[in-house]
Design a protein around this ligand. Structure first.
Ligand SMILES: NC(=O)c1ccc[n+]([C@@H]2O[C@H](COP(=O)([O-])OP(=O)(O)OC[C@H]3O[C@@H](n4cnc5c(N)ncnc54)[C@H](OP(=O)(O)O)[C@@H]3O)[C@@H](O)[C@H]2O)c1
Length: 329
């Protein structure tokens, strides 16, 4: 496993992190077996993964609870990251989505952040959260000024309830505001080899400011593992159904791309998922690939990519072939 500095913090984390969104279940991910999730989390830790990423909203607390159960007795082996700011407690903030009869709002008010922090600490069953991230950024007309949000997060840090502050889905302009008001160490944007839009501005910004980048959905929710064929049906309720790469005409291109890389998997003695993850963490400015897994086998396979180093010529070849089907707009 490769380990990397988490931006300008004192924390070091594995380059492959375990993402616990699907562990929360719910309509977007369907049925989940908590015991299997716990096995996947523990297997990841055994395989050298130290960073676990969850959020209050994943399964409305279920993901945090399951992560809390899985790390009991192993707290010191884990850098625990969770998120705040997607709020369903009352009507504060603009509506983000409705699920399971709950209206989820983007809210970064100090009052709700305090309530969220206490709930996350309780569900995770810990005294401190290592990386506390604002999940989705607020927008006008109900926007809490970033300076107010940040003052609250900084006081949580001073109190020792959180160790470091991170952001997610944040533009460079918003990060300027965060940095003017305190200390952040990371951003968590969407990034996969098929979705490279952050290469234009965000990655260079984070490199310049020494901020860690935790890339989410690096496997395009399973499509980039090579295990999804044209015949694989996608539940219309699932989040995958919203991803354009799952549509038949685009999916066909991805399947063809991956099958051309089979000789590379033999050369590196790895799987397609591992090849894709290794490519992702080799991109300049990408600190961590946040790989979602709720199954033991997937967790082990993804963690294995942390030991894989692809030579520059092969990285460049993969980029050229990806660009042919997914040009940077
Ligand atoms: N900040 C944000 O707004 C945000 C947004 C999205 C995600 N995230 C974070 O990033 C993490 C990862 O993102 P993601 O879950 O959207 O996408 P992902 O990592 O690209 O895909 C995860 C899904 O792909 C499948 N998969 C993973 N490894 C596999 C393997 N080796 N073989 C076959 N299938 C495999 C699994 O599906 P099945 O479980 O169905 O088999 C898994 O749930 C999340 O868990 C979360 O922590 C953050």
């Amino acid at each position: 496993m490769q380990y990397r500095e988490l931006g300008n913090s004192n924390l070091k984390v594995s380059a492959i992190a375990l993402g616990a969104w699907a562990i929360g279940g719910g309509p977007w991910w369907g049925e989940v077996d908590d015991n299997e999730s716990i096995r996947a989390i523990q297997a990841s830790i055994d395989a050298g993964v130290t960073l676990i990423d969850t959020a209050a909203v994943y399964g409305f607390g279920r993901s945090e609870e399951v992560v809390g159960r899985a790390i009991r007795g192993r707290r010191d082996q884990v850098v625990l990251a969770t998120k705040c700011g997607l709020w369903w407690g009352d009507e504060s903030g603009p509506v983000h989505f409705v699920q399971d009869g709950k209206t989820v709002r983007r809210c970064l008010e100090p009052r709700t952040l305090r309530l969220e922090l206490e709930s996350s600490l309780r569900r995770l069953n810990v005294e401190t959260i290592d990386l506390y991230q604002t999940h989705a950024q607020a927008s006008e007309p109900l926007k809490t000024p970033i300076a107010e949000t940040m003052a609250c997060l900084m006081s949580m840090r001073d109190e020792g309830k959180i160790r470091e502050i991170g952001v997610s889905n944040c533009t460079p302009e918003q990060m300027d505001e965060y940095l003017a008001a305190g200390v952040i160490v990371s951003n968590q944007p969407r990034y996969s080899m098929l979705d490279r839009k952050i290469e234009k501005e965000l990655l260079p910004y984070c490199r310049k400011h020494n901020l860690a980048v935790l890339a989410y959905s690096p496997l395009e929710q399973g499509l980039l593992t090579g295990k999804i064929g044209m015949e694989t049906s996608v539940d219309p309720e699932s989040f995958r159904n919203k991803l354009s790469w799952f549509a038949p005409e685009k999916r066909r291109l991805v399947i063809k791309l991956l099958s051309a890389w089979e000789p590379l998997t033999q050369q590196y003695n790895c799987t397609l998922a591992q090849l894709v993850i290794a490519w992702t963490i080799a991109q300049p400015g990408v600190t961590v690939a946040l790989c979602g897994a709720r199954k033991y086998e997937n967790a082990i396979e993804n963690a294995g990519a942390g030991a894989l180093k692809i030579v520059p010529d092969d990285l460049a070849r993969m980029r050229r072939e990806v660009e042919a089907i997914a040009p940077l707009e």
